[in-house]
Structure formats: C-alpha cells, structure tokens
Design a protein around this ligand. Structure first.
Ligand code: SF4
Length: 219
C-alpha cells in the first residue's frame, strides 16, 4: 500500500531528507579514486554507464601510464582505448578524454578549468561531470549532480516530476540550500545503492519511508 499520510511541504521535506541522510551517511564522499582535478575529470568521464568500482579498477594502471593532461593528449589512441575498454563505450570515452586533454592544454594552460561554462566546452563533459569536478576537486557547488540514483530517488521522493536531468537539477537547486548541493547528491547516491535500489526498494527498512510518497508501507 502506498504512503497516504499528510506530507510536509516540498522544501521542508527536502531539508528533512538532507538531515536524515547526513545522519545515515556522515562520511559519504566521492567514491572515485583520483589525486588531481584532471584525474577526477577522467574518472568521471569513464564512470558514464559504468560503476565507480569498475572505474577504480581501471584508473590505477591508466594514471600510472598517463598521469596528466599532456601525456593523455599525446597518448596512442589504441593503447588508451585498451586501458579503458572494460568501462564500456571505450572508443567514445578514450576519444573524448584525449580531446578534452588537448583542449585543456591549448585553451586552459594545462589546468582543468574551474568554471561551469568552460568545463562544458570540453568534449565528453556535460553538467553531471562538471558538477562532480567542481565540487570535489575545487569545493565549488555550482549545481546538483544528477546521476541515475539521484534521478530515481528524487522522483520517488516526490521532489521532481521531470525525467530530464537538467530539469531535475533545476528543481533540486530550488529545494536544497546551495552549500549542500553536492552533499545531497552524494548521500542520495549512497541511499540509492544501499536501500532505494532501482528494483525492489527496501521501503520497510528505509529511514525516509514516513516522508516518502512512494513508500510501500505495510497495509
Ligand atoms: S526505499 Fe522506499 S521509502 Fe525509501 S526512498 Fe525509496 S521508495 Fe521511498
């Protein structure tokens, strides 16, 4: 049976969700492994349609062979493809990584740019990747990262009716205070992996069930 209780307003609910998720996952952080902004950018490009766990298995060898923008820009494309093959869509990802690194060298003095508009110029970089890099490499909350977990949970929690990530992000930016934009995404991702899975969400065990309009509560 669906939750039919009177729920607080959208904004109150978003804040309450944030507080509870912070309590549940106090040490939540980006699960991709990297040591420089460029490596985070590359890891995030590789994480499209792939788990962070798999990306973390690929990047140690990749980054020891090609540690920076210059080496990636000059890499043999076939070698690069082979190194990232297991992350899926490897030809596309390798091409974008190399093109992005070339642009970083020619247009941005070899440094990953710290502005959303500039990041979005890089091949293979959309808002999701840009938000991750800005938040975790530079501590800048420019937007809300909307990945598959954030999308699913925000919809189930009734915080957006949209399916397009850009519109979902816009809705969430209205509901969540800016300093918490990345906290929100990371913790929702943790909750999506642990409890609110795509198939069979564990509503009975969920700490958000009383404020979730999609909760399947015992009838
Ligand atoms: S697990 Fe159930 S109650 Fe919890 S957020 Fe997902 S749909 Fe809502």
């Amino acid at each position: 049976m669906k939750n039919t209780r009177q729920l607080p307003s959208l904004k109150q609910r978003a804040l309450e969700i944030l507080i509870r998720l912070q309590r549940l996952y106090p040490h939540a952080t980006c699960s991709l492994h990297y040591s420089t902004p460029l490596q985070l950018l590359v890891a995030t490009i590789l994480s499209a349609q792939c788990t962070d766990e798999r990306v973390n298995r690929v990047t140690p060898v990749l980054f020891s062979r090609f540690p920076d923008a210059r080496s990636l820009a000059n890499a043999d494309l076939t070698e690069l493809e082979n190194l990232v093959r297991s992350t899926g869509f490897y030809r596309h990802k390798a091409k974008n990584i190399q093109a992005a690194c070339r642009m970083i060298i020619t247009d941005f003095n070899g440094e990953v740019p710290q502005q959303m508009e500039q990041l979005l110029q890089l091949p293979g970089v959309a808002r999701k990747t840009a938000n991750v890099v800005l938040a975790h490499a530079f501590g800048i909350n420019a937007g809300v990262t909307v990945d598959t977990h954030v999308k699913r949970l925000s919809q189930r929690l009734g915080l957006t009716k949209h399916t397009d990530p850009i519109r979902i992000e816009r809705d969430l930016m209205q509901l969540v205070p800016q300093p918490d934009w990345e906290n929100w995404s990371i913790r929702l991702i943790y909750h999506g992996r642990a409890v609110c899975k795509a198939r069979n969400p564990a509503c009975k065990a969920c700490q958000l069930a009383d404020i979730c309009p999609s909760a399947i509560v015992p009838g």
